[in-house]
Design a protein around this ligand. Structure first.
Ligand code: HEC
Length: 140
């Protein structure tokens, strides 16, 4: 009788230990922390993007308002790029408001858009439809 209780306790302790080790492995694993790294400048830029409702007129990966252009790849576009974006921000246009951003804020928005650009292509025009129905998209 006593022996069985001791055995049960031992089994329980082993079970708890295994669960604890498993938990540590799962929550300290690389997968949880391997999200794309956003610099602090880019994070400030993202905040400006949100606070100024850029997405009410612009899209990223096709999502957002449709008055302005999709800005996913505006930084790597050979005809546009960083200085073009900065110039646009404080100049505005007929249908885009003028913003009075400081040089630093403009740089932060550019950093945010550069990060977005680094994540992929939109639209993914070089995607290929395979015979098996699988779509291979082009990655950066
Ligand atoms: C009220 C709508 C509106 C808001 C809000 C807005 N934009 Fe625009 N934006 C536009 C329009 C419309 C254009 C195209 C203007 C044109 O060609 O005359 C444009 C153009 C641009 C361009 C040039 C895009 C290109 O590919 O040529 C950039 C960059 C840009 N906006 C960034 C921003 C950022 C960053 C914000 C937020 C801080 C923002 N816009 C907020 C309407 C808006």
């Amino acid at each position: 009788m006593h022996k069985r209780i001791r055995q049960n306790k031992l089994t329980l302790m082993i079970f708890i230990t295994v669960c604890a080790v498993y938990t540590v492995i799962v929550y300290s694993g690389k997968t949880a922390s391997s999200a794309p790294y956003l610099s602090s400048q880019a994070m400030e830029g993202e905040k400006l993007w949100q606070d100024n409702n850029c997405a009410s007129c612009h899209q990223i990966y096709g999502l957002g308002g449709y008055l302005g252009d999709d800005l996913t790849n505006v930084i790597s576009n050979p005809h546009k790029g960083e200085n073009y974006v900065k110039a646009f921000l404080n100049a505005g246009s007929k249908s885009m408001p003028k913003f009075n951003f400081t040089e630093e804020e403009k740089e932060q928005i550019v950093q945010f858009l550069s990060h977005v650009d680094w994540t992929g292509y939109y639209p993914n025009v070089d995607a290929e439809l395979g015979k098996d129905g699988w779509v291979s998209i082009k990655y950066k």
